[in-house]
Design a protein around this ligand. Structure first.
Ligand code: GS8
Length: 201
């Protein structure tokens, strides 16, 4: 029997969840190996050998060890999509593939920085310390998120596509899922209400 691929880090960690979402899309079985964050196991020698930055996740496929969740996601799709009839990278079409890349970059460099303060204040710190929300973050973040969502709304309404890169579900869409999922459980979920195309997406 072939050994299962391994994800180091549980789905509570957004970047590990991104990898698992991809594995689910291609219908792969995988093993989740817990890395004990509270015991700082991610900074220990065993995990540093998997991810030299001491972060979650890491990924193992036979002899191949990888880190960086978006790169792992791409690897999974490239290597394992064919059998699952999933085409989330559109590599056969340079124009479509470019749009997947564009909105994947937007997620990492624009969307995430805008919503990250809310994520850390309302999800991570809230879980770690009870409540205690930083008032400055709470006041300033919504304006930043709205500026980004304005662009998403304009893009989705102009392109008339339900998805970011075109009329197909791609890695660009999937990359938004983990953080957005958690934001939806905070009071800031209502930020999305004034954006009908973003809401539909
Ligand atoms: C980020 C990994 C990361 O920040 C990726 O894989 O996409 N760009 C990388 N991981 C977090 C936990 S998941 O939110 C982490 O390990 N943080 C601890 C640290 O940075 O020391």
């Amino acid at each position: 029997m072939m050994a299962l691929v391994k994800v180091f880090g549980t789905a509570d960690f957004v970047n590990a969840a991104r990898v698992m979402a991809c594995l689910e899309e291609v219908g792969m079985e995988y093993e989740v190996v817990e890395v004990d964050y509270s015991a700082i196991e991610h900074k220990g020698p065993q995990h540093l050998a998997r991810n030299p930055f001491g972060q979650i996740p890491a990924f193992q496929d036979g002899d191949k060890m990888l880190f960086e969740s978006r790169a792992i996601a791409k690897y999974v799709l490239r290597k394992y999509s064919k059998s699952a009839q999933v085409d989330m990278l559109r590599e056969g079409n340079p124009e479509e593939a470019a749009m997947v890349d564009v909105w994947t970059e937007v997620e990492a460099h624009t969307y995430l920085p805008a919503i990250a303060p809310i994520f850390y204040e309302c999800v991570v710190y809230a879980a770690e310390h009870g409540t205690s929300t930083n008032q400055k973050v709470v006041e300033e973040s919504p304006e930043k998120v709205k500026k980004v969502l304005d662009v998403y709304e304009a893009h989705l309404s102009k392109s008339k596509h339900l998805y970011l890169a075109g009329d197909f579900f791609s890695l660009a869409d999937l990359n938004h899922v983990p953080y957005t999922f958690h934001i939806m459980s905070t009071p800031h979920a209502s930020l999305f209400d004034s954006y009908p195309h973003v809401k539909a997406w």
